[in-house]
Design a protein around this ligand. Structure first.
Ligand code: HEC
Length: 156
């Protein structure tokens, strides 16, 4: 009675197995590649200085800065991010300079972050970051500039 054995499904297991092996290999490859890329990229961001690391408010600001501002302002705020040379209009400027173009009062810094600088590629972040987030990233800008963080930015 072996003639009655269904052959179809068994024949199909061959190719399916090969395909699924390739899929598995491809997924492994993506996983390993992603991990390597992650390690390479994160290795280029040095750990925060201790004064930042022990302060959740500054760590929040740092996280926002690295995600949103680094492309233009650069890791250290010197205006040398990967996008800085590509943008049109006025240059990014160096946040570690002795003077800030738009003023160094906390209200002025927060306003630039919230509303941007018209006619420049500095957009307003008011629709992206809520007020506490604007304060946190502003505080981190003071850290980058080596200035003391205005207390008013906390818990405003
Ligand atoms: C697309 C590029 C770009 C991104 C992203 C960007 N900025 Fe800017 N930023 C600029 C440019 C260009 C200027 C200079 C504006 C000017 O000349 O008036 C500027 C100016 C500033 C200033 C004013 C500096 C001064 O001298 O007064 C602050 C503060 C600032 N940015 C903070 C931030 C923060 C915080 C973020 C992230 C939430 C951010 N920027 C994201 C391009 C960018």
């Amino acid at each position: 009675m072996t003639d009655d054995e269904p052959q179809g499904p068994r024949e199909r297991t061959g190719p399916d197995l090969v395909v699924s092996r390739w899929v598995l290999l491809a997924m492994l490859g993506l996983g390993v590649g992603g991990f390597v890329a992650f390690r390479l990229l994160s290795a280029s961001v040095p750990p925060p200085p201790p004064e930042v690391a022990r302060d959740p408010f500054l760590m929040q600001g740092r996280g926002i800065f690295l995600a949103r501002c680094l492309p233009c302002h650069g890791l250290e705020g010197k205006g040398d991010g990967p996008l800085a040379s590509q943008i049109t209009g006025p240059p990014v400027g160096n946040l570690t300079d002795a003077e800030w173009k738009h003023g160094d009062q906390p209200e002025q810094v927060v306003r630039i972050i919230r509303e941007g600088a018209s006619g420049t590629r500095m957009q307003g972040w008011g629709t992206v970051l809520d007020p506490p987030e604007q304060n946190a990233v502003a505080a981190y800008v003071y850290i980058l500039a080596g200035r003391s963080v205005p207390e008013g930015l906390r818990g405003k």
